[in-house]
Structures are given as structure tokens and as C-alpha cells.
Write a protein that binds this ligand. Structure first.
Ligand SMILES: Cc1cc2nc3c(=O)[nH]c(=O)nc-3n(C[C@H](O)[C@H](O)[C@H](O)COP(=O)(O)OP(=O)(O)OC[C@H]3O[C@@H](n4cnc5c(N)ncnc54)[C@H](O)[C@@H]3O)c2cc1C
Length: 452
């Protein structure tokens, strides 16, 4: 059966689903689990980009750091994501400006710029080869309805001092972008990388710097009401002067203090088999730019180093009670299978090889969180709303500066009063109501395209 065929009612197709990620497997040198009671200056919970960059920066400043990771470092979103390194903040630029005003949006744009550079600096400093292609990303319109918002985005970016180019249909064809993507806003900063190689590079750097890493070590409670802070795990504990929570979308309900600020959303990705040279020639896409669509619930596409198309998002899930939603979702896989044929009709033989996914940490205002408690012994960095390669990396540095009491120009940028998420069932209703609202706008566009 070919890709895109719809099965008769009642019949279900099986899909190749990877429970972890298609990017790679756990490291061969897994660190031992914590099995005793120990002491450190600082304890970091979570071994993704946030936790590892925080721990590295602290260790390099001479602090004794312990990092506790429930699985292996990179087993969360950092080792699973789509790899678009983009200077993006909020839902999209027009809504960001409307939400925070022109001046603060300009500050966020400068922060985005520093965040992308922060990743590039890490790659150079720790000599991390993660197949980084600094080709930029294009926010693309697939339907005439996307034209006005994209023209507005380009004009706003210009007024905020961000150098982007608006590409007309003719220019998109000159760039040899796939035909479904009609016009767009090219941001030349960043590009795409192999996220798992990036996080594994950070893990290696942290281990060689002397960060004490414990993997397969689940934190069950954090008690910051006493000095030192007491962090308890399944089989041991850490006493430390300060603790940093960097567990993002994977934060368990037992660490309840974040429950009113961040909620997990399940994001599904897929990749095709490597394209043949004939398929690549037909496709064009010679600039290999990352593609993000102008839908309300975005689609994104990129080529990998071995020339597969990797894509996803769009159909996301929130599960009641902020529990982590089941990953194997045939109906979502079916929709992506159909979507691929719609976006790449020039490649009728294209096959999806595997699906996987992970959880992102979302905030009600679509902005990242970085804050500390009143006692200054607990710090939290999370809620990147799907833009964490850049933001989690720079937030890690920012968290380390806060722990060390060093000045950091970005700290005040994230201070704000946030309306707390309501308890269930209101939360479920609010999140799914918003999701349906976004999906409805996209359905009009997509149905129209199918008719055309
Ligand atoms: C499918 C998908 C696609 C994405 N695509 C992109 C993209 O293209 N570009 C982009 O910029 N961003 C993307 N993101 C978002 C990005 O991956 C995240 O924002 C970023 O990885 C967050 O890093 P982090 O270190 O804060 O969290 P994570 O990488 O999620 O790390 C948190 C860690 O905490 C650990 N943990 C949780 N609870 C405990 C506990 N109790 N005890 C010990 N450890 C614990 C987890 O095991 C996990 O390893 C995507 C995310 C997903 C899921």
C-alpha cells in the first residue's frame, strides 16, 4: 500500500514507532545511579540542554556540582527534537509584539540572537560535531491566507532591528524550495543540527569538566525550606546549598510547585528514508533551509545530514492532569502520512520510515521561565514552548549566573506576573479549547489546498 492511501473504516495500519528517538541510542558509558547520601555545592535536576549547560558553567566557575537525571542525559526533549536552531520567541512575531509591546519584543529579539550564538559558541568551545548546517530557517506560507501575516512579520522584524528577507513566490522558486512552500520570511541566523549529538556533546563536556552525573536517578522530592536544600531520589539524597530544576516538560507531578506554570505537550515527529539522488534532484531545496509553516499549529520540515526529510508538530496532545500522553498514536501517524504527500507531491514514492516524539514544556503566555525562590536557594529554568535548543542553552548560562550571584543582563527580561494555570478540569478545557481554535484556522487553509 502506498503512502497516503486511506484504509477502509475499521482497519488499522501499523506504523514503525520508536519509543525513544530516531536520533540515537543511550550512551555506552552510562553513569551509575545515586545509591547513597552525598553533599554538593549545587544540585541540578535534569540532564537536557538546560541542566547540562547550567552544570557546565557552574563547574567551570569552580563550583562542586551534582547532576541527577531520571533516564540518561538527553533522554528528554533535548535528544529527541527536530533540530531547528532558530531565534524565535512566543507564538509568532505579530502576537509577541501585541502581547509584550514593541520595546520588550525588541529586547527578546536581541536575547534570541544571543541564544543562537550561545549554541554556536558551545559547538566551537566543546568541539561538538552535530552536523550543524547554518542555513537559516524560512517561515513559509502554503496558502494565500498566509501572505498578509508573513508580510506583517517581515515588516515587524525590520522595525525591531532583525534582518530577515521576505521571499516572493518567484524568489522561492529561484531558491529552489519545494513547490508547496509559496512565499516566506527567511531568517538567516541559525539553521538545523542533530539535537542528540549536541546534547551528547554537552554531556561529554560536563563529564570531562568534573560534573558528578548520576543517571537512572529519579528525584522524588525537593525540600528547599531548610538549609542545605535536601533533594531525595529513589535510592539516595543530595544535600546542597542550592538546587536548580531543569526538568522542563518531563517534570513529574510530585515536584508540584511548577504545576501551575508549565504543562507538557506531546509533539510527534517523523522521518523518511534517505532520499535517492534522483529524488533530491527532483526536490531541489539546494539551500537546505529549515522550513516552518505559517499555520497556527506549525508544521516544520528539514533535511538531515543523510538527506532524509524530518518533520512534525501540527497534531499535538495535552493529557488530562498534565500526565505525559501516550506516544503511539496511529490516527496522528495516519494524518502525517497523508500530509507528507500533500506537501511533497513531486515525490510520490516518499515513505515515512519512523515516528517518534517527546514532551515540550509550555507556558500560558508562550514565554520561557527563569526564576528563583525568595530564599535564593532554588532556581528553575523551563517552558521554552518548543524553541528550547537556543533558549534552554542560554537559560542554562543565565541560571548559573544567578546561582553565582553574577550580573546577567537577561534575568530581568523574564520577570513577570503570570496568571497561574487553572486546576483540572478547567485546565484541560482551556488548553484543548485553544488547541481546537488553532486547528480550526488551519483546517480551513488545508481543506482549501486539498480542493485546489
Ligand atoms: C518532538 C520535539 C521537537 C522539538 N523541536 C524543536 C526544534 O526543532 N527546535 C527547538 O529549538 N526546540 C525544539 N523542541 C524543544 C526542545 O527540545 C526543548 O525545549 C529543550 O530540549 C528543553 O531542554 P531541557 O533541558 O529544558 O529539557 P529536557 O531536554 O526535556 O530535559 C529534562 C530532563 O529532566 C529529566 N527529568 C525529569 N524529571 C526528573 C526527575 N524527577 N528526576 C531526574 N530527572 C528528571 C528528564 O529525564 C529529561 O532528561 C522540540 C521538542 C520536542 C519534544
Amino acid at each position: 500500500m502506498g503512502v497516503g492511501d486511506i484504509l477502509p473504516a475499521g482497519e488499522s495500519r501499523s506504523f514503525n514507532y520508536i519509543d525513544t528517538s530516531a536520533w540515537g541510542s543511550p550512551p555506552a558509558d552510562l553513569c551509575p545511579a545515586l545509591a547513597s547520601d552525598i553533599r554538593a555545592d549545587v544540585v541540578v535536576v535534569g540532564g537536557g540542554y538546560t541542566g547540562l549547560t547550567t552544570a557546565l558553567a557552574l563547574k567551570e566557575a569552580g563550583v562542586d556540582v551534582v547532576l541527577l537525571e531520571m533516564g540518561f542525559c538527553g533522554s528528554g526533549a533535548s535528544g529527541r527534537n527536530a533540530g531547528h536552531l532558530a531565534p524565535t520567541m512566543g507564538r509568532n512575531l505579530p502576537s509577541l509584539v501585541e502581547q509584550v509591546g514593541h520595546e520588550r519584543a525588541a529586547q527578546f529579539m536581541r536575547f534570541n540572537d544571543r541564544s543562537v550564538r550561545c549554541v554556536e559558541e558551545n559547538l566551537a568551545k566543546y568541539q561538538i560535531d552535530c552536523d550543524y548546517e547554518p542555513v537559516g530557517n524560512i517561515t513559509c506560507g502554503v496558502h494565500p491566507r498566509h501572505l498578509a501575516p508573513l508580510i506583517q512579520t517581515a515588516a515587524l522584524a525590520d522595525s525591531l532591528g532583525v534582518e530577515v528577507s521576505f521571499l516572493t513566490e518567484k524568489e522561492m522558486r529561484q531558491h529552489r524550495l519545494p513547490e508547496a512552500f509559496r512565499f516566506g520570511v527567511l531568517d538567516p541566523r541559525g539553521g538545523h543540527l542533530n539535537p542528540s549529538k549536541y546534547v551528547m556533546g554537552l554531556r561529554r563536556a560536563a563529564l570531562s569538566a568534573g560534573v558528578r552525573v548520576f543517571e537512572n536517578t529519579r528525584v522524588t522530592t525537593i525540600d528547599e525550606s531548610q538549609v542545605p536544600v535536601l533533594v531525595t531520589t529513589d535510592a539516595g539524597s543530595v544535600q546542597a546549598d542550592k538546587a536548580v530544576i531543569a526538568s522542563n516538560g518531563y517534570t513529574p507531578a510530585s515536584l508540584g510547585r511548577l504545576k501551575s506554570k508549565v504543562f507538557p505537550i506531546r509533539v510527534t515527529l517523523f522521518r523518511t528514508a534517505p532520499l535517492t539522488s534522483q529524488q533530491l534532484e527532483t526536490l531541489g531545496w539546494t539551500g537546505r533551509e529549515g522550513i516552518i509553516t505559517a499555520h497556527s499549529a506549525i508544521e516544520h520540515y528539514r533535511l538531515t545530514a543523510d538527506n532524509r526529510i524530518l518533520a512534525g508538530s501540527k497534531h499535538v496532545q495535552y493529557r488530562y492532569g498534565s500526565r505525559l500522553a501516550e506516544g503511539y498514536q496511529p490516527s496522528v501517524f495516519e494524518r502525517f502520512t497523508r500530509l507528507l504527500t500533500e506537501r511533497f507531491p513531486e515525490l510520490p514514492d516518499l515513505q515515512i520510515e519512523s515516528f517518534w516524539g517527546g514532551w515540550i514544556g509550555m507556558t500560558p503566555d508562550f514565554l520561557p521561565l527563569s526564576f528563583s525562590n525568595r530564599r535564593d536557594n532554588l532556581y528553575c529554568g523551563l517552558g521554552y514552548n518548543g524553541h528550547g535548543i537556543a533558549h534552554a542553552t542560554s537559560n542554562g548560562r543565565m541560571l548559573a549566573d544567578q546561582v553565582l550571584g553574577r550580573p546577567n543582563e537577561d534575568v530581568d527580561l523574564f520577570k513577570r506576573r503570570m496568571i497561574p494555570l487553572p486546576p483540572e478540569p478547567l485546565r484541560w478545557l482551556a488548553i484543548n479549547g485553544m488547541k481546537r481554535h488553532f486547528e480550526r484556522a488551519d483546517q480551513i487553509v488545508d481543506a482549501d489546498l486539498r480542493l485546489a
